[in-house]
Design a protein around this ligand. Structure first.
Ligand code: FES
Length: 160
């Protein structure tokens, strides 16, 4: 769900140009996916098909890689990306409850974007701030000692 992806000829040309470079080296798939994610903001099926044709790799395999790595996404990311740490220290301190609260507040599951394109919810591994557990990030900014009330307040603030 979420906003539509802008797949312009210009962006496709840019991807093909970057792929021409990647193809000169071994293992062009990962660098190509990084290029695609940067150029389009996500890697939807239409883009996967282009990559599939160019690299002669099946769409199924490409889609498997795209969905496996947290860095890539099939749908556009929302304006605000919220990631909750599910590393051990955070998990023990209740980060799953934080994640559930956000999912409930935004009415989306992990990996999804709200229909209005405002929020994407993600989970992350340890981000090295265990002393502040449980932690979550909003657009790269770390919030420590997280509480359910805290995430509710931040979501309300971002909505307005
Ligand atoms: S486990 Fe969450 S920051 Fe380390």
């Amino acid at each position: 769900m979420g906003t539509n992806v802008d797949i312009t000829q210009e962006k496709i040309d840019q991807l093909l140009a970057e792929m021409a470079e990647h193809k000169k080296k071994q293992g062009p798939l990962m660098p190509t996916l990084h290029s695609a994610q940067r150029i389009f903001g996500c890697i939807p099926i239409q883009v996967q098909k282009i990559i599939s044709k160019e690299l002669d790799i099946s769409v199924a395999r490409i889609n498997g890689v795209v969905t496996f790595y947290g860095h890539f996404s099939v749908v556009p990311k929302g304006k605000n990306v919220i990631s909750v740490c599910l590393g051990t220290a955070c998990y023990v301190k209740g980060s799953e409850g934080i994640l559930d609260t956000i999912a409930h507040e935004l009415k989306i599951s992990v990996g999804e974007t709200t229909d209005d394109g405002m929020f994407t919810l993600k989970e992350t591994r340890c981000i090295g701030a265990c002393g502040l557990a449980p932690v979550f990030m909003v657009n790269g900014e770390v919030y420590g000692n997280a509480s359910v009330q805290m995430v509710k307040d931040i979501i309300t603030k971002l909505k307005n």
